[in-house]
Design a protein around this ligand. Structure first.
Ligand SMILES: Nc1ncnc2c1ncn2[C@@H]1O[C@H](COP(=O)(O)OP(=O)(O)OP(=O)(O)O)[C@@H](O)[C@H]1O
Ligand SMILES: [Mg+2]
Length: 352
């Protein structure tokens, strides 16, 4: 079993630096998710761990072994890609056993490994089918099965669910969480779906433009983001960001009826800031209030979201505690507890 340690890891393609110095520890058996916008370097970092891309500078340890120059086949990892290309002329059984056969493992042992992987993935009734006779989710499970039979110490997944429809994604997500419990291996999982990240991860790594913005448990990132980027990236619907200015005893919101929201003085009076409030903070109500006009209402059944603003200010997303009668054009008292307010400086860093 293995954890990972990355120190000062960078990657350049020619003169373009894509990974700009990553320090990261992954504990043994931990489920770590890399998230971040398209092009931020998630796949590159994963491929460097797999050995499919070289490390330009820095150190990559898997377990206690320096892996920078170790061949991918000797790293004890198995990777599942987004495009999981099964061999179309081979049955599920043959697809799953292929790597073992290639490695010269004896037939009865291959049979045993494939059977065990099929049991874990609930593929036993499908072992003799060809891939074309499987659903997308079943094919995805076969691709995972191919990785499982190799008994890797570390599983790497690069957006494995992005080809699936919404319902299958949720189903596979639950299966992956179960799989992690059963296999008890270290997993590094790349996605740009923050719901997937929140639900699967022991630890989320938020990447942007080749650097780590923040590392933490899903709820640490949600409740206690270090900066505007993480605050805006984690959570759906997104956190509201309102322009404010620090005053004595609080934050004044000039665009939002000039209300003064009591807050700890995290910067000198007069400092321009951005305050963050999550949509659901408005569902709970509270002593602070911004008067808004509703522009659009979304009825999700269990919750009703209002898109609303004060005058010409920024549009806010408000959870309303399922105010089903709310309609566009209504005026509304957007109430919240000032204790929920997060304050960010002009450079985007959280002021605590
Ligand atoms: N072989 C390569 N040569 C040059 N640039 C590359 C190469 N591979 C990736 N890049 C660049 O590195 C950056 C990071 O790419 P990467 O594939 O890691 O992003 P990603 O976070 O996985 O994005 P996505 O969510 O779209 O998959 C991108 O700007 C990409 O264009
Ligand atoms: Mg990618």
């Amino acid at each position: 079993m293995s954890g990972l340690r990355l120190r000062g890891v960078t990657k350049s393609f020619g003169s373009v630096k894509v990974i700009k110095g990553v320090d990261l520890d992954v504990a043994d058996k931990e489920f770590v998710v890399f998230v971040g916008p398209s092009g931020c370097g998630k796949s590159t970092l994963l491929r460097m761990i797999a050995g499919l891309e070289s490390v330009t500078a820095g150190e990559l340890h898997i377990g206690d072994k320096l892996m920078n120059d170790v061949d991918p086949s000797r790293r004890g990892i198995a990777m599942v890609f987004q495009s999981y290309a099964l061999y179309p002329h081979m049955t599920v059984r043959e697809n799953m056993g292929f790597a073992l056969r290639f490695a010269g493992v004896a037939k009865p042992e291959i049979q045993r490994q494939v059977q065990e992987a099929a049991r874990i993935l609930e593929l036993e009734p499908l072992l003799d089918r060809l891939p074309r006779a499987l659903s997308g989710g079943q094919r995805q499970r076969v691709a995972i099965g191919r990785a499982i039979v190799r008994h890797p110490e570390v599983f790497l997944f690069d957006e494995p669910l992005s080809n699936l429809d919404a319902e299958l994604r949720v189903h596979m997500r639950i299966e992956l969480a179960r799989l992690h419990k059963e296999l008890k291996t270290t997993i590094i999982y790349v996605t740009h779906d923050q719901v997937e990240a929140m639900t699967l991860a022991d630890k989320i790594v938020v990447l942007r433009d080749g650097i780590i913005e923040q590392v933490g448990t899903p709820l640490q990132l949600y409740d206690d983001p270090d900066n505007l980027f993480v605050a805006g990236f984690i959570g759906s619907p997104k956190m509201n960001f309102l322009k404010g200015v620090i005053v004595e005893g609080g934050v004044r919101l000039p665009g939002h009826g000039d209300v003064v929201v009591p807050a700890r003085e995290v910067a000198a009076a007069g400092t321009p800031v951005t305050v963050g409030l999550r949509p659901e903070h408005f569902a709970q109500g509270g002593p602070a209030m911004i008067g808004v006009r509703v522009e659009l209402v979304e009825h999700l059944g269990g919750e009703t979201y209002a898109y609303a603003r004060h005058g010409q200010s920024e549009l806010m997303t408000l959870a309303t505690n399922n105010a089903r009668d709310l309609a566009a054009g209504d005026t509304y008292e957007a109430r919240f507890d000032p204790a929920e307010l997060l304050v960010f400086g002009a450079d985007g860093k959280r002021l605590r």
